[in-house]
Each structure stands twice: as C-alpha cells, then as structure tokens.
Design a protein around this ligand. Structure first.
Ligand code: ACO
Length: 378
C-alpha cells in the first residue's frame, strides 16, 4: 500500500467551517461572508463576537446582551492576578498568558454543554482582556487593574492596561486590530486548540494549547520581528543600505513579508497600513517608523513581488501597536487577545457540529523486529 505523508499537514482538510474564507490569489478575507474591510469600517469587535459565535451580526438587543456578559465577566480569580504579579518581570508575556489560562483551567474545568458553550466563550474573551492588561502592568511594575465596564471592549482593555482613558482614535484602532486578527481559518494555533478540543478537554485548556503553538517565532512572533527591523534601520535614509546588505546580500528573510496562503497583498496589511499612516500624521516617532516601513515595503515588493511575496498582516501591525503605546514584547499577546475569539469559535463549531477525536497516524520507518540483548551483551 502506498502512503503519502503530508509534511506540515499541507493541504490536509481538517474540518469544514462557516467562519473564515480566504482567497489567497485575490487577497480576499471574509468572516461568515462579510468582507474584512466592511467589518473594520462598519462593525465593532462586540458585533464580531456575536457574528463569529452565533453566526449572524447581532440586532440591538443581542449586541447589548454580548456587551452585558463582557462587562460582567472581567473579574478573574485572585490566584490569576497574584500569580501574574509574582512572576519575574522578565518573564515572556505569552508564557505568562499560558500560566494564567492554566490556572483558569484548574479552577473552572467546565464541561462542554451546547446551551452554555457560547456564553462561556464570551466570558472567556472578557477575562482575556483582564489577563493581557495585567501581564503588561506586571511587566511594567504597575499595580493590578481589572477592566471596567464600558461601551467598548477595546476601550475597557486600553483603559485598564494604561490606567488612563484612551482617545476615540485609539479605541477605533484597537477595535480594528481586534477584528483584523480575529481568525484566519486553521493555522497552527487553531489546529492545536482543535486537537485539544477533540478530546473534549475544557475550553481554557484548549486556549493553553493554542497559546503554546502561537508562541513560536514561525507563527505569532512576526509582528515583533517586523518592527525590530524598523528599529534596527533607525531612519529612512538607512533603509536602502539596510535592505541591500541584510536582505539582498545577507539573504535574510524580510519579516512581515510572504504568506503560505496569500500570493498577493494580505488585505489586513493594507488596513493596518492605513491605521499606521493616520497615527504617523500626528506623531513624529510613529512617522519615522512608518516612513521606514513604507520604503522597505517598496523595496520588498520590487524584489519579491515576482515571487508572489508581499506584505502580510504583521508588516504594519507593530507600528499601530507601538502608536497605541505597547512595547514590542506585548505584540504576540495582542495577537492572542484577538485570536482567542477565532480559537473559541472554531472549537465550538468542531465540538458541537462535527466532533470526532483527532488521532492521525505516523508511518513507521524504524528497524524490523529485533532480538532483545541483555545490557552485558550490547
Ligand atoms: N523574505 C524573503 N524571501 C522569502 C520570504 C520573505 N519574507 N518569504 C518567503 N521567501 C522565499 C523563500 O526564501 C523561498 O525562496 P526559494 O524558493 O528561492 O528558496 C520561497 O519564498 C518560498 O518560501 P517558503 O518558506 O517555502 O514559503 P512558505 O509558504 O512556507 O512561507 C512564511 C510562508 C513562513 C510566512 C514565509 O513567507 C516567511 O518566513 N515570512 C517571514 C515571516 C513572517 O512574516 N511571518 C508572518 C506570516 S503571517 C502570520 O503568521 C500572521
């Protein structure tokens, strides 16, 4: 029998989904049929939570219900906060997030239940804001702060993180970033969550599995790496020289460029660029990084466009996070803060509608049967 191994599970269809559609040739991304541009322009993250979990954009009453659950669910068990604040400030932010969700898994251990799964998911999303904000606060040596109820999840999160009321522009940009990173079908982290959910492990543990996969530099870390390049370049005058030496002669990969699925511009990159530009117009430091990024984008597209390698979502997102006041070490956690909705929507879709234990096979290529030798004879 001939068996083919799909390295990296490439082209393996692991489930059907009504959540996210990607057309990598034409650069199209839709959540439940709605174009990503329309969602960023006209919807809020709370509306997206309803769309992803319940299948439809909410009416006023449904939206108020989602907001109500969020506003009531920011509290986390005291052990979560005390553990985050007892960890050394040098700890990795995603590692701290895994720890926090591990504590929630130990305390709650909820069972799957079709009548409560979705509401629990909304509660978990609220708690993710609390965890993320307090990881920043602990690492910065600040005091714990639980997000306060507000009209917007983005606003509650930013206010708790930085301890001050965010501007409307900051809220809008945070909201857009939450929407942009919400879901992307079944990348490594979502697949890890699905594998855990297929054993009927609880939702919190599934998030730990997803975070573990997200943490690696080949997945969640690219926004930080892309921004590091702009810091290293330092000024737009150095961009061409840096590109020539590092990327052309040095043959390094241009971070924030290229994608397994998109063979053209990632539609999210264009939206993040617009957001970055609007911050750059008001802030000289942001402007510096924006100008560097724009020049590198031009050089990157001129060099790699013929190989279908274009900016991905992480190319400009770091500049937006920087403009919002986040240090680089938080970029992957901000990705997780948003993606938790995608993870939850996928595992609920899987467990409720198409559940089966995920248990692939490995093709044995080791030695044939051998005689056991006692240790003295080896
Ligand atoms: N810079 C330079 N060359 C690149 C880049 C890049 N960013 N990306 C791909 N290539 C080249 C490779 O060198 C290779 O060239 P070759 O055929 O001459 O050897 C070719 O394109 C194919 O590369 P693969 O790694 O096989 O393509 P894959 O589809 O696996 O790559 C990936 C996707 C991993 C994202 C890659 O483009 C990359 O490393 N990009 C930089 C990191 C990054 O930005 N990651 C974020 C992805 S988006 C996200 O996760 C949210």
């Amino acid at each position: 029998m001939s068996v083919e191994v799909s390295r990296g599970l490439e082209n393996v269809i692991i489930k059907t989904t009504g959540l996210t559609y990607i057309d990598g040739i034409n650069g199209i991304l839709r959540y439940r049929g709605y174009d990503i541009n329309d969602l960023v322009n006209y919807a809020s993250y709370e509306e997206l939570i309803h769309l992803m979990l319940y299948g439809e954009l909410p009416n006023r009453q449904q939206l108020n219900q989602v907001k109500g659950i969020i506003n009531e669910s920011f509290e986390v068990p005291e052990q979560v906060i005390s553990t985050i604040f007892s960890m050394p400030r040098s700890c990795d932010a995603i590692g701290m997030m895994e720890t926090a969700f591990g504590i929630l898994a130990s305390i709650y251990d909820p069972k799957w239940n079709k009548t409560t799964n979705k509401e629990l998911a909304v509660q978990i999303i609220a708690k993710t804001a609390t965890i993320t904000a307090n990881i920043y606060r602990a690492k910065e040596g600040l005091k714990p702060k639980i997000p306060e109820p507000s009209e917007s999840y983005a606003e509650s999160f930013l206010a708790a993180t930085f301890g001050k009321k965010p501007t409307q522009e900051e809220i809008k940009a945070m909201d857009a970033s939450l929407i942009l990173y919400t879901d992307h079908e079944v990348p490594a982290s979502t697949t890890a969550a699905l594998v855990a959910s297929s054993t009927l492990s609880d939702m919190y543990s599934c998030i730990v599995a997803a975070l573990a996969a997200l943490k690696g530099p080949l997945h969640g870390g690219a926004a930080e790496e892309a921004f590091k390049q702009f810091v290293e370049i330092g000024s737009v005058e150095n961009a061409d020289k840096w590109f020539e030496e590092k990327i052309i002669k040095g043959k390094s990969r241009l971070m924030g460029f290229g994608h397994r699925v998109y063979k053209t511009y990632d539609p999210r990159a264009k939206i993040f660029k617009t957001l970055a530009k609007s911050f750059a117009e008001k802030n000289e430091n942001v402007k510096k990084y924006y100008e560097i990024a724009e020049r590198i984008e031009k050089l990157g597209v001129d060099t790699f466009g013929s190989k279908h390698i274009y900016p991905n979502t992480d190319f400009y997102s770091g500049i937006v996070f920087y403009a919002l006041g986040f240090p680089r070490y938080m970029f992957t956690s901000l990705f997780a803060l948003s993606r938790v909705l995608g993870w939850l929507a996928h595992i609920i879709e899987y467990v409720e509608e198409q559940h089966r234990l995920i248990r692939p096979r490995a093709l044995y290529i080791g030695p044939e049967k051998r005689e056991f030798k006692p240790i003295e004879l080896r």
